[in-house]
Design a protein around this ligand. Structure first.
Ligand code: GLU
Length: 264
């Protein structure tokens, strides 16, 4: 029995594939609908914290680059441009519903430093207390480096944010409907898995294991996020972000996406 309707503090993670077209330009229809539904959930009393990707993707799109740059210093520069664009868009879109947003940029170093991490928690509490939606991303202009000091992907970042902010639910919006027992792109008979009680080696192998990606959009990083969240006592849901109206169904406890149940 799902109890998503009871969840109060929710971290919602949006990936680049949800918020931008393949060109790197903003998916205006999707974003407009998402911001409307998220504002409505916020107005209903949910405490929403967002983790949004898109810095590098939107930066590349804004500069008209054919693809994301591979060289670190260029990627960092592009992220600086895209992050600015991203927050401008959020600020503008949420303003339509009189919802205020605030930006928080994290690095692994901040998360691993006790006092810096406490500052993060304090800021989250203050923002949520002021009815503001914090929007978190990795500080890509600083954190992308060859020394692997960065978290590197926002699925894990969103799980860490959920843990540090004491969330009840981590909701990952992606370009897939959830977890399947086989690759739905190559096997039309693949069946959705609606509930995962434990992230077992079987579940990990279904998801493609580390480094490969059976599920589109990198299912393995989502499984990693599920491990972090469920260990921290937080339920996690993966669902498709293409139809934001489905969020209403999710919060009415309908069977949407895959839920990974918290361990404690
Ligand atoms: N932080 C990256 C960005 O905003 C995204 C990382 C990811 O795609 O998971 O571009």
């Amino acid at each position: 029995m799902r109890n998503i309707s009871q969840k109060k503090r929710i971290v919602i993670k949006l990936g680049t594939s949800t918020l931008a077209h393949k060109t790197g330009k903003l998916n205006i229809r999707r974003m407009t609908n998402l911001v409307r539904v998220i504002s409505d959930l916020h107005n209903s009393g949910k405490e929403i914290i967002m983790v949004s990707s898109g810095a590098v993707g939107l930066g590349a799109g804004k500069l008209g680059l054919p693809e994301k740059p591979k060289e670190t210093k260029l990627k960092q520069a592009v992220a600086a441009i895209g992050q600015c664009e991203l927050m401008h868009v959020y600020d503008d879109m949420f303003a339509k519903y009189s919802v205020t947003v605030g930006q928080i940029l994290l690095t692994k170093t901040i998360i691993n430093n006790e006092s810096h991490c406490q500052n993060f928690k304090n800021t989250i509490e203050s923002l949520v207390g002021m009815d503001v939606i914090p929007i978190v991303n990795e500080n890509d202009t600083i954190a992308i480096d060859e020394l692997e000091l960065e978290i590197g992907e926002n699925d894990s970042l969103s799980a860490l944010v959920a843990e540090l902010s004491g969330a009840d639910l981590l909701l990952i919006l992606s370009d897939i409907d959830g977890l399947y027992d086989d690759d739905p792109r190559t096997n039309p008979d693949a069946k959705p898995i609606h509930v995962v009680k434990e992230v077992t080696p079987e579940i990990e192998s279904v998801a493609g294991g580390a480094g490969t990606s059976l599920g589109t959009g990198g299912m393995s990083t989502k499984i990693n996020a599920a491990k972090i969240a469920t260990e921290a006592g937080i339920d996690m849901v993966i669902m498709n972000g293409k139809d934001p109206e489905l969020l209403y169904d999710l919060f009415e406890d309908k069977e949407i996406g895959t839920i990974f149940l918290a361990k404690k």
